[in-house]
Write a protein that binds this ligand. Sequence first.
Ligand SMILES: Nc1ncnc2c1ncn2[C@@H]1O[C@H](COP(=O)(O)OP(=O)(O)OP(=O)(O)O)[C@@H](O)[C@H]1O
Ligand SMILES: [Mg+2]
Length: 629
Amino acid sequence: MTVASFIRRKKAPDPHVRLPMPPAIADDEEQRYRPIDRVLLKRVLGLLAPFKGQYTLGVFLGVCMTILDMLSPKFMQWMIDYGVGYQKGALPGHPTHAGATRHVLMIIGTWALCIGGAIVFQRFTILVMTAAGERVQFSLRRRLFGHLQRLSMSYYDKTKLGRIISRCTSDVNSLREINVWGLHVICSNLLMMLIAAVMLATTTDWRLFVSVAWLGGVLVFANRVYLRKAASMWQTVREGWTRVSTNMAENITGMRVVTAFNRQMPNLGVFNRLQQNNTDNNVTMSRVNGVYQPVLDLVRFVGKIIILTYGGYLIVSGRFPPGKGVGAVVAASLYWDWFMNPITTFGQWYNMLMQAMAGAERVFSLLDLQPEVQDEAEAKPLPRIVGNVTFEHVTFGYAPGRPVLHDVNFEARPGQTIALVGATGSGKSSIISLIARFYQPQEGRVLVDGQDIRTVTCDSLHRQMGLVLQVNYLFTGTVIENIRYARAGASDEEVQAAARAIGAHDMILTLKDGYQTDVGERGANMSLGQRQLICFARAFLADPRIFMLDEATSAVDTATELMVQNSLEKLLAGRTTFIVAHRLSTIMRADCILVIDQGRVIERGTHRELLAKGGKYAHLYEQFVRHVE
Ligand SMILES: Nc1ncnc2c1ncn2[C@@H]1O[C@H](COP(=O)(O)OP(=O)(O)OP(=O)(O)O)[C@@H](O)[C@H]1O
Ligand SMILES: [Mg+2]
């Protein structure tokens, strides 16, 4: 193996350069490339700023590695020229055979030391740069996740889960290569080209430098043409791939429906078409690459031939500077290789940079989003809640100009149970969401203990509220972990006491591993009733002052219903409670029933009062009783 091939093998292609990978999770938006933009680049660099010490060290180590590496052609030059000089007997002082061997061994020894040093520097460069880059990734992900937790529900209503996840995964990942290797690659590649050019011009022979310098113009031109063509091709390839992966994800998620409607063959047809398109795009892309790479190789080859022939001519015609000979020509051809290496990998890095820019733009636009529900500047923590909840002329809609609640007024006194009754879509869950301050009313106020909830901190409000939603949510983990979710510091005994208090303890003990039973993803291993009991235990453990329960309409069996009913009573005792009620037993026991119709409270009162009134509620009740009979 020649030294040149040794160096080329080590340097080109760069070990850190990988071809772009398709996104891990299909996004509904197309993966876009973005031209490099100064403002955005500045923000990306801002991410690295907290770790500038580490990056400086990494770049310094990388520079040391490059310099040591780049001495190799020089050592070769010395060896060859010394050998040729010795053979011709033209060395000063005419050394003996042993003396010449000693001299050559000394060159080899120093060379080996340099290569050894470069390897050590390389190792530390990798360690330092990876550590710094991964920290940037870590802190970016943490910032994103923290930000997502602060965003209001309206953001989640509008944004698809897939898109949010791809912001945190593939978009952040697209920044990785740049965060880890960007600075190193820029600095060491520029240095490499600079050193190679200077070495070509000075330490070998300036005429050799001039003889290949014009090829630089050819390279600049080739790069411009290539980038213009490739940038749009990269975009097409990625769009095609996004379509394939989205199609795949959709069909796998909907596999039951696919099977039920016998859609396998038509789906395969669609998939084939998309896949064919993807393949065609890749082939076209490789055609573009297939022209560019050979052009680079050709330029490399032409440069090398020029250096070798012109250098040879200079030597033979005796016009080479004294003391320099064949070795200098060989060194010049090796420096030419070094000069070409960064150019060869430039396309890949440019591609990666554009992807990173697109990722960065999306990540930053998410980070720039302001939560709609925010604590006011002078918001104070809410002291222990007594339990008064008032709606004053509340009008609210999810989209501007389309209210779903109209001028809602009511007051719940401490300890009361308020049942919300009404047809589907009437606005019951929306009322609950406003009390929980997931959204902000467009008009009117929501008061807790006489204070507008906009003037208190969200934290202090949520800490004293319990919420069991229409769709229960359990997290992957065990039963005990899910109950403890309400209060991280609760001991096992406290968790069990909460479960006992609402009558879930016995049910939990019948599970496979008791409290340690894995609930599965989103509680998939549990029945609906079991999930509800676990959620009640969770709410009970939190010991909220205001409790909200959005009852699921889906019927559970009578035994579970009874169990849930009993535990509810325990759960509600002494707390102000809002229940979106579907069970007659719950409704009848409420201190006040609000009948909601198309976002308006049309009737209010106790069960008896409303029956006596003979209005909508009485009508609903009649229907219900008739249905039961
Ligand atoms: N996140 C949302 N974004 C936009 N509109 C919504 C959203 N949630 C509910 N709506 C609309 O607001 C209205 C009231 O919905 P809400 O969920 O409060 O009804 P509900 O009384 O709880 O019904 P159900 O008994 O079916 O749960 C409905 O017309 C619904 O389409
Ligand atoms: Mg609802």
